[in-house]
Design a protein around this ligand. Structure first.
Ligand code: CUA
Length: 331
């Protein structure tokens, strides 16, 4: 091969590689990381991308060089020269890709193992997907509609679902995990940045799928400890109906002015007396209780039975408080 042609091939390869690198680096493809697991995944991603760019540049350079230099002349109908294999070339194009692919496998396997390692004492939080809200269950015995995490502490989420398959995803933590009824799957998160990040359901799960969102709040360890302490204090007096409303994510699907909620999947809770009257003149508190515990017994006009899951696991005093709260604040 002539020296000039090799120079030409290298120049084409460098230009093709530079363009691909610019596209890869200049466009912000990924959200900014907020966890150690994200950083490791990011490293794996770029490791594989840089190798791919190198291979791409080599292939593009050879291809363009061939097109420019070995193009058949017009009216040349003769056969090309017979070419036999080239052992050295074949060894090279087998050995180099084998090494590169093996390197990607090793890096990916190590990262996968590191990202699923729970360590000695992870903070455990239960995550339950229900149509159409997330519920986060803490070791101090309470559950919430949003996820609170301490900074720099390994957290093991134990993810499941009550009704259909959902999928837990916080873009800034990079990992997705399906929430499947009857199964509990673990997901490790080690937050590295304070802030509030979206929790998104990424599995089509019914009418309210697109609004099945919550938030993950990462705070300092001290702030987190303070929060747990204040939440662990024995409740003063009666259970707060609004708290039960929020813990169960009712606002994700229902408008209720008293609670400031605007969910649009289910009927509004602002005029329940009217709805109870329409349901055979049922007593208001009874109607509300039935609608929570056994929502499919009756669907108000315009709504389909089977959309709302039964909330039959709420402890009796909490359920009483919730019913009372709704009775007092509806029309
Ligand atoms: Cu839950 Cu989509």
């Amino acid at each position: 091969m002539r020296r000039g042609s090799i120079v030409q091939m290298v120049v084409i390869g460098v230009i093709a590689g530079a363009i691909a690198t610019a596209v890869a680096l200049l466009i912000p493809w990924m959200p900014t990381s907020a966890s150690k697991e994200f950083d490791r995944i990011n490293f794996t991603y770029w490791f594989a991308t840089v190798i791919s760019l190198f291979v791409f540049a080599v292939v593009a350079a050879i291809l363009v060089y061939e097109l420019l230099n070995f193009r058949v002349k017009a009216d040349d109908l003769s056969d090309g020269p017979p070419v036999h294999g080239h052992t050295m070339l074949e060894v090279v194009w087998t050995v180099i890709p084998t090494i590169l692919v093996t390197a990607i496998i090793v890096v990916s396997t190590v990262v996968l193992a590191q990202n699923s390692r729970a360590g000695d004492d992870p903070l455990q939080i239960g995550v339950v997907g229900v149509q159409f809200a997330w519920k986060f269950e803490y070791e101090h015995g309470k559950s919430y509609g949003s996820l609170r995490l301490p900074l720099d502490r390994k957290v093991q989420l134990q993810i499941t679902a009550n009704d259909v398959i959902h999928s837990f995803w916080v873009p800034q933590f990079a990992q997705k995990q399906d929430a499947v009824p009857g199964q509990v799957y673990n997901l490790m998160i080690t937050p590295t940045r304070e802030g509030t990040f979206p929790v998104i359901c990424t599995e089509l799960c019914g009418l309210g799928h697109s609004i099945m969102r919550s938030e993950a709040i990462v705070m300092s360890q001290a702030e987190y400890d303070g929060w747990v302490e204040s939440e662990s204090a024995p409740p003063e007096g009666e259970v707060d109906g609004l708290a039960v409303f929020n813990e169960n994510g009712c606002g994700a699907c229902h408008v209720f002015t008293a609670a400031g909620s605007t969910g649009a999947v289910g009927p509004s809770l602002d005029n329940l007396s009217e709805a109870a009257a329409a349901h055979g003149g049922m007593e208001l508190a009874e109607y509300i209780r039935e609608s929570i515990v056994d929502p499919n017994a009756y669907a108000p006009p315009g709504y389909v039975a089977g959309t709302m899951p039964p909330f039959d696991q709420i402890p009796p005093d909490s359920l009483d408080a919730l019913v009372q709260y709704l009775v007092e604040n509806t029309e």
